[in-house]
Ligand binder design. Sequence first.
Ligand SMILES: [Fe+2]
Ligand SMILES: [Fe+2]
Ligand SMILES: [Fe+2]
Length: 404
Amino acid sequence: MTKTKLSIKLGQLISSLSLALDISENRYFGHSRRTAYIAYSIAVEMGLSEKEIIDIYYGALIHDIGMAGQMAEYTVKEIHFDNKLKKEHCELGGDIVSKLPLDREVIKYITYHHEEWNGDGVFGLKKDEIPLPAQIIHISDYFELFFLRKLEKSEGNPDIDTIKKWLDSSRDKNFKGELCDVLLSIMEKEKFWLDLKFKNIRQVLDLIEPGKNTCINMYGLKKISEAFSIIIDSKSPFTYRHSQGISNLTRKFAIYLGYSPRMIEKLEIAANLHDLGKLTVPNDILEKPGKLTKDEFRIIKSHPYYTKLILKQVEGLEDIAEWAGNHHEKLNGKGYPEKLNYETLTREDQIIALADIYQALTEDRPYRKGMEANRAIDIMLNMADNHYISKELLLDFKQLVFSM
Ligand SMILES: [Fe+2]
Ligand SMILES: [Fe+2]
Ligand SMILES: [Fe+2]
């Protein structure tokens, strides 16, 4: 256990979480990252201030955050061509961002990222009523969506003529003329296209990342983890309180076990994020009422792998990533996805795992009602007898549950 002060780089955290948004179902990989690069390039070309560049970059990385949870069943295209869905993901996105430790202005950038220059957008803002960063994210978003996706498939050269025609027809209608000109001038640079190549973009973002050294403290990290737990839970009506429930249980259990305030917070953060990888699992599998096929089960079982993969990208989150990613491992080695066992699983891993099992048993699912506490603990005692979970820890947990 380290005692050094927690300081997490905000940029690393946001970009790793944007990865979770990008690997959500129906998304195509890297949309957020490339949109962020394009928006950043426009902002730099326009000579905007460092603060504006930072906000635009992070705003673009999470511009579609409103799509990840309850809107997960729609494709990006469906959402971007239907006015009702467009409005919904903008509002949801603004709402989620209001819970993150980002500048309040960023809420507007996310909420208005689909406004059209001529006032035809979903909120009817027009011209300079639309915050400039929202306009920049808007043009970058559509440019990415319309042209780079094709490029990914062909690995070929960009069709500059078609892009120019598109910009001509969108000028003063969808986008401010000045922004079209800026984009046209950036497109002249070979570097722009090389940076956007799928194999380069990640390293490029590492290099350019504005506000690299902005750190957040435990409070900020907790806020972000809470916002993401809401996104994760809202993905399915059957899990709408799941992560939050586990987080509450974990907090109570950690207090009961006498952990330090700092460890209690870290455990809570791990609990909030334990199912982060579920953002990658399609809803029709998550919500399937009947028995899952072998393939469907394999896909569901990949979620703790993604939880760990995403969180491990962030320096300083190593132990939280472990506790969160190990919640389906079992002491007897029969869990997943790493087949860890009692030799390597820590007490903290098991705290999250116990809270998860108990919460899952006691909450309603599509195929059954939630169980009473007594019955859930009985099932868990049986699991402990078969060496799936720690008996010692479970007895403490039982004490806690019956004292609640
Ligand atoms: Fe969008
Ligand atoms: Fe988008
Ligand atoms: Fe899980």
